[in-house]
Design a protein around this ligand. Sequence first.
Ligand code: TTP
Ligand code: MG
Ligand code: MG
Length: 429
Amino acid sequence: MQTDAQQFPGFCRDCLTGQPAGMRRCRACGSPRLLYHAELYQLTLAHIDCDAFYASVEKRDNPELADKPVIIGGGKRGVVSTCCYIARIHGVRSAMPMFKALEACPQAIVIKPDMEKYVRVGRQVRMLMQELTPLVQPLSIDEAFLELKGTERLHHDPPARTLAKFARRIETEIGITISVGLSYCKFLAKVASDLQKPRGFSVIGAAEALDFLKERPVTMIWGVGKAFATTLERDGIRSIGQLQTMEETDLMKRYGTMGQRLYRLSRGQDERTVDINGEAKSVSSETTFNDDLCDYDDLVTHLRRLSEQVAHRLRKADIAGQTVVLKLKTADFKSRTRNRRLDSPTRLADRIFRTGMQLLDKETDGTKFRLIGIGVSDLSNPDLADPPDLVDAQATRRAAAEAAMNTLRDKFGKATVETGYTFGKGGRK
Ligand code: TTP
Ligand code: MG
Ligand code: MG
């Protein structure tokens, strides 16, 4: 007997019934959510991202919020973490100052984030993903890449149908919604998952990649944020189509390794595979003090030096890490480790150090420490490390300064260059 996938070019995302070509509504359930694509049953690389994640979890837990605009945020920084899609209609966005968000949508219900809960739900989603394939690469609390090649035998369905079933399962079992992007490479799978949010399912095939990208803005390319987009704009480049007409050597001359990325990604060329982050693997440095320390400033001095050692080893090994890990041991030998996952992998001492400082800030409450360590885990190759626009222009300047210092250090040795944090404080060995 033929399967639905062999027999019909499309299927219904609600009841999974196979659909003959050209249907507008499902022949079984009447749903308009039909999926057709020429490469539908060949593509295997998916990106899944939860819709309005924190807000969806809160709505799930309080049905009274269902049709109300909900904003998650507030707290110390007074910004919007996220908001539901109803609030987005009013113009509310992530990272917006709360007062602005409430100007745009005064009737919104504001909820303080409950991180523990979101981490728990994120883990549940991830565990279900791992039932689809062992090749799950989490990118953040609410999203991951999945490689589904070779899972057809296990699921008795091609990846596209397995993913649609998965979206239904998340809705019924977890109570939130997701969006799926299906493509042949990571870049376009991630782009695709964002195209139809919420409850989206978008497919970008190899045959259409060039055309699809042509009219899109350069900011769609991974690693091109506001700052770098401004640089490109100064050079007259706004659309990916413009990049498609440029030579690789020209782009590399102008923008270095980023130029090479622009060249490739603008043409839909992305060789990166889904890799499960090596869990136990990390690069770290630590030091035990002669006398216990409790003062933030004293600890920071060590932190800076250790961050530089870590960055140095990352550069030598030509790897990067995405999760910064701070380790402390108290005077009475209790260990504390604190992690923070960054938006992109890093091998810059400055990023490691600054993240470490933030983690340390919460721990210095008068406790005496005998040891401090800093490191990174979630190791990966450095291709996507430290995109030029990562945080802000200042960070880009610091990154450039660090690169220059590294060159000097490699040439003249470690003691040549010291930053303000280590100078004169035992930074020299
Ligand atoms: P996202 O997946 O970027 O956003 P989202 O899930 O809220 O909405 P979308 O439907 O567009 O995917 O981020 C996941 C969670 O991370 C989000 O729910 C809250 C948190 N977050 C912040 O705290 N601050 C931010 O600036 C962003 C972008 C996200
Ligand atoms: Mg999301
Ligand atoms: Mg996300």
